[in-house]
Design a protein around this ligand. Structure first.
Ligand code: FO1
Length: 306
């Protein structure tokens, strides 16, 4: 079994490559829920939904999140009333949040509801939230205020400097049932090319997960989401710098060296391979830009075989 720690769009693209080289039933994805938020009373799990929609080939390719062939009539009505519409929930996507919220209210766990949603989309992999407990990523801004992840990422367009990141609830959260066993049994554990601070960080903050990865470090391979010092999408490069890390594959290696034996980096970062190997993590150099499903497949096969 291949266990994958995954955030949002970058992880989803990588998984779309992985399912072309590994049988879907052998893939077990631990998804970040620190981005989760409630809008209009509805529980939204963006990273879980992005993975689900992408593997169902139903994701909106323009944005990398939400559903294709979307309409925005419900939001237009909210707009008419002057309601908050900065977080865009399409009419098709709303169905997911209506169902998830109703099931949670009936007492179902997030992991059970996620399994029902994944099965309904026939994605064929195990998609498991990192915990069934509430964990929320907060970012502290220069003026000392703390904002929830979506307020930072969408409302503020992640255009504000960050001084600290915290995962509220993580210290009390236990891993979803089955996660620790899956990590223990896995032939390989992959850390997807997601933001190491706000997408992978929350997963590693759940009791027992980081420790178990350290114990199984020889099976862990990470793919850098940073190429030539930049994030391909989102604020990973700025967050690294703002939180005192180098915005480079060396910075990513510093963050993940305790839990990963290998770090897959792009050819553009070939010159940094030596510095990485001096950090006790083995560099694997290949093309990591997944601009087509074919390239995602190539990356996945390099990762599996290295
Ligand atoms: N990202 C945006 O930049 N703007 C949005 O309006 C937005 C809405 C949205 C709705 C559902 C969903 O599953 C994801 C959505 N995202 C949106 C992406 C979301 O912010 C994710 O957390 C990021 O992709 C980071 O993983």
């Amino acid at each position: 079994m291949i266990v994958v720690l995954a955030g949002g769009t970058g992880a989803a693209k990588f998984l779309n490559g992985l399912v072309q080289v590994v049988d879907r039933e052998d893939i077990y994805v631990i998804g970040n829920t620190g981005d989760d938020a409630v809008f209009f009373g509805l529980h939204v799990s963006p990273d879980l939904d992005t993975i689900c929609y992408t593997l169902a080939n139903e994701v909106n390719h323009g944005t990398g999140w939400g559903l294709s062939n979307e309409t925005w009539n419900a939001m237009a009505t909210v707009e008419r009333y002057g309601g908050d519409t900065w977080f865009h929930l399409g009419d098709r996507d709303l169905g997911t949040h209506l169902y998830r919220t109703a099931r949670l209210r009936e007492g179902a766990t997030l992991s059970l509801v996620t399994q029902e949603i994944a099965e309904a989309w026939r994605i064929g992999i195990d998609l498991v939230p990192m915990t069934d407990s509430p964990v929320r990523t907060y970012l502290e801004l220069l003026d000392g205020t703390e904002v929830a992840f979506q307020d930072y990422f969408v409302k503020l367009r992640h255009s504000v400097p960050v001084t600290a990141v915290s995962f509220r609830g993580a210290s009390k959260a236990v891993p979803t049932e089955g996660i620790l066993e899956a990590i223990g049994e896995a032939e390989q554990i992959l850390i997807a090319p997601s933001n190491p601070i706000v997408s992978i960080g929350p997963i590693l903050a759940i009791q027992g997960i980081r420790e178990l990865l350290e114990k199984n470090r020889d099976k862990v391979k990470a793919i850098s989401p940073i190429v030539a010092g930049l994030a391909l999408k989102g604020p990973a490069d700025r967050l690294l710098r703002e939180l005192g890390y180098e915005s480079s594959v060396v910075g990513v290696a510093g963050l993940l060296a305790d839990v990963a034996d290998k770090l897959v980096i792009d050819e553009q970062d070939m010159a940094l391979a030596k510095s990485i190997s001096e950090m006790d993590i083995k560099p694997v150099v290949t093309n990591t830009i997944m601009s087509t499903p074919e390239l995602a497949k190539n990356l996945a096969s390099v990762v599996i075989d290295c």
